[in-house]
Each structure stands twice: as C-alpha cells, then as structure tokens.
Design a protein around this ligand. Structure first.
Ligand code: ASP
Length: 334
C-alpha cells in the first residue's frame, strides 16, 4: 500500500488576539491578547491533520505593539531555521494584527528561501462568538502547504484572502475584513482547502534582497513623525537629539512638509540622519522631488510604502550601512 507523506508546516506563535482570551464570548473591549500557546491553537483545529504534518514553536507571546526589533530579528532567525529543514514545506507565523503589516514586510525582506511563509492573526479573541482565528489559521496552513505559493514572497492570509506582504494594509480597527490590498489588489483566495492565485508580486523580495539579519541582534533606531498644519519641526530635532539614526516623516498628501518641518528635516540630514518621506494619506505614491525638493533637503521619497513599512525598510537599510542614495535605491526596488 502506498502512503503519501503530508507536507510539513511549522507554525510559529508570537501572541496577539489570535491567542487572546475574553471573560465571556461576547467580550471585545478588555480581552487579554497573547495568552493561549500556539500548540493549543493548533489542537483546537483537528481538520489541520488532513492538510499537513505540523510542528509548532512559541517564538514570543506578546501584543504586537510590543513586538520590537530584537524579537523581529529572533523571529526571522527561527523562520529561516525551519525553512532550512529539507522536509519543511512552509512556515506560518501567528501575530497580533496591530502591527502585522510591518512584521510581514520585514520577513518579506529578510527570509532567505523560496519556500512559503504566511503571516496571519485574528481580529477577534479565540473565546469570541464567531472567532476568526481558527479559520485564518486553517487557511494559512493550507496556503503554506501548497506548492502553488512558493517563490511569491511572504504573504498574509486573513479572511480567506491571500495578500502580498508589501501590499497589505490594516484598514479598520475592528472589522473582520480589516486586511486589504487597496492599491495593488489581492494575490488570490484560499477556498476551503484550495489555493487560487491570480498574479505575482513585482517587487524584489526574500532571497533576492541584499538583507541578511543572521548576525543582527538589534535594529538601528528609526522613529516616525506625523506632519500637520501647525508643525514646528520640534519633534524631528528632539528625536535626532535622542539618537535616532533614521526618521520617517509622514507628510500630508504627497508627503509635503511645512516650512518649519522642512527646515528641521534639513538640519537632521546635515547631521547624518536619513529621512524618508512617506504619505500620511492611507494610500498613494510619494515620488522624488514631487511637491518637495528632496535633492535640496537630502531626503528620500518613500514610494508607496506606508510610514510603518517605510520604517522597517529604512532600519534594515541603515543596518546594512546604506547612505541616502543607496536608501533611495532600496525604496525604488523593494
Ligand atoms: N492587541 C492585538 C495585537 O497583538 C490586536 C490584534 O491582534 O488584533 O496586535
């Protein structure tokens, strides 16, 4: 009798609402995130045994607003470790949804494999009526076990949709369809136990990036400043004084800056701090020298990355010794 070996998928837990617990099944306000261990989340979904042979590892147990640089670097090492196992087909990472976007994009830049990595989470705690975590986790393992998803970079599976890490936005603080790709569209769907794909990401990712975090234990300090009409630029100067190596300035519209902010930014770039302009608007492109003279101020145009994702790319670029011109090239490529 022939027996077919199921694909092996490693599920790495980091906490968040998918591992959250409320006092009752209608509680949202006041539930506790990052409580249930990842192996218990898997045990609660017996149907997963039909999809893959599962391994699990608790990499962290935090709300994702606390998932800082050191934990991200540790997570990258563990993801790369599992992908290096020859019999491992793919990895699923469970995270809190608050900062899911930047964790997925970070992994998209530093995973060194063509094997599939899926990031997922949940909008409702596991104790909720209609909790979305179990189905998101099931669909994610289906995607990670499928040969169709290999080589497409890190992807997010939420609410039945497959979205490229670079394209995903958290659009809503509460709703189940919060994760969308408003500008570039989704890659496809997981329908029951089937993957349906419709396109491939165009930007460079995973094996083809220059980023290697194997020996990194900390990330350079990069802060985000949000621009507004009465901006004085004081926050920029204070952050530079506090030791920021890079700044992302989320400016209005096409990331235009007030005169006072522009002056403070120029002061920062003269002190060797790399400053990236990213849109305060929810979506859109920030082109070089569009409504702001990047060449004169020594700044970088952030292309279509949100401030949170721009922060990740800037920190990685600085960690790899890049200066302004090379950072601009990174934003044009990744
Ligand atoms: N507080 C949670 C987090 O860890 C929220 C969530 O997962 O939806 O991001």
């Amino acid at each position: 009798m022939n027996s077919i070996t199921p694909p092996k998928v490693a599920v790495l837990g980091t906490g968040g609402t998918i591992a959250g617990s409320g006092a009752n099944n209608t509680q949202y306000a006041g539930y506790r995130p990052a409580v249930t261990p990842v192996d218990e989340l898997l045990l609660a979904i017996p149907a997963l045994r039909n999809v893959a042979s599962l391994e699990s590892e608790q990499v962290a147990q935090v709300a994702s607003q606390n998932l800082g640089g050191a934990t991200l670097l540790h997570l990258a090492r563990r993801v790369n470790h599992w992908l290096n196992e020859t019999d491992c087909t793919g990895v699923v990472v469970t995270v809190g949804t608050n900062t899911l976007e930047e964790t997925a994009y970070f992994l998209n830049l530093v995973v060194k494999s063509r094997k599939t990595v899926v990031v997922t989470g949940a909008m409702r705690p596991s104790t909720s009526l209609s909790a979305d975590g179990p189905m998101n986790l099931y669909r994610s393992v289906v995607a990670a076990a499928s040969p169709l998803t290999a080589g497409l970079g890190v992807m997010v599976v939420m609410n039945d949709q497959i979205i490229a890490a670079r394209d995903v936005h958290k659009m809503d603080t509460m709703t189940l369809d919060s994760f969308r790709a408003p500008v570039f569209g989704i890659l496809g769907w997981v329908v029951d136990s089937h993957v349906r794909l419709y396109k491939t990401p165009a930007r460079t990712h995973t094996l083809d990036t220059v980023f290697n975090t194997t020996d990194m234990t900390t990330m350079p300090r990069v802060d985000i400043v949000v621009g507004h009409q009465d901006d004085t630029g004081v926050a920029v100067s204070a952050l530079v004084d506090a030791g920021a190596k890079g700044l992302v300035v989320a400016g209005a519209g096409t990331a235009s800056l007030s005169d006072a902010m522009a002056e403070a930014v120029q002061g920062a770039t003269r002190r060797g701090v790399v400053v990236v302009r990213a849109p305060r608007a929810a979506t859109g492109i920030v082109m070089r020298n569009m409504e702001f003279d990047d060449s004169a101020h020594g700044t970088v145009a952030g292309d279509t990355l949100s401030p949170a994702k721009a922060r990740v790319l800037l920190a990685l670029s600085l960690a790899h010794g890049m200066q302004t011109e090379a950072v601009q090239a990174a934003f044009d490529r990744y």
